[in-house]
Every structure is written in C-alpha cells, then in structure tokens.
Design a protein around this ligand. Sequence first.
Ligand code: DQA
Length: 147
Amino acid sequence: KRLFLINGPNLNMLGKREPDTYGNKSLEDVVTLVEQVAADQGYEVTSFQSNHEGDLVDWIQRAEEGAEGIIINPAAYTHTSIALRDAISAISKPVVEIHISNVHERESFRHTSMLAPVCSGQVVGFGIDGYRLATLGMIQKIESEGR
Ligand code: DQA
C-alpha cells in the first residue's frame, strides 16, 4: 500500500524560506516524518516536489494507478490552480490538503483554496506536525470509507 506525498512550489526551500512562518525543518525532514508515520501503519510513501504546475498535475493523475491516496501541500497554487483542482476531480483516490502555516490568519488571498472543495480533508496551521496529522487522517480515510 502506497501514499503519494506531493509538495508544490518553493517548498524545496523549506527550512531556509521565511523560517518565522514555515519553521526551520527541511523538506527532507518532512519526507522522513511522513515515511515513518506511514510505515507504522503499513504504508510506503512516494514523495515528489515541483515548482511547476503541470508536473504536479502529472503526479496527481499518476495516483489513480500508483497510490491509495495523496497528501498534498499545493503551496501558492492552492489559491490559483484550476488545473490542480481538475486533476483531483479526475481521480477517484482521496486527497488531503495540508498547509504548514495558518493561512486564515494571513493575507486575504490565502484564505481561498481552489482545491479544498474537491479534497477529502484539510490540515492547516499546525506547522510541520500537520504532515503527521494529514498522514494519519489520510490512512483513516482509506481504511474506513475510500474517499
Ligand atoms: C503554504 C501556504 C501558501 O499560502 C503558501 O503559498 C505556501 C505554503 C503553507 O504550507 O503554509 O507556499 O501552502
């Protein structure tokens, strides 16, 4: 059983990028965390990060055959991307959206998610630990209802 962990633009700079907002853990730390939490529940993880919208679309589509579900931090594309939303709508696998920061206490353009209406759940504002919560929530979804 496999999960996809997909991280969007600028998350390759995690740890160095705006540490007051996003903390000082790296993307590698995030991947290790998700792998450990998933392994405890009997799941493997394929991790992918890209700064390019179309590459993220490709990976969402790939989950239909390749994964039981997706944990995704779409980063800035959260607020703009109809293409990512349509990709999520196009697959039958559950998707959980995660944001490290509490987007609702930030600029108003971060208050809207194009993706949330087609996701199974959302984790917001728990820092890096949100990835742990998203992984556990994702597995709970898969094992209980499927989507
Ligand atoms: C983010 C929030 C987004 O608004 C922002 O563009 C990011 C990171 C988060 O994890 O808090 O790049 O998705």
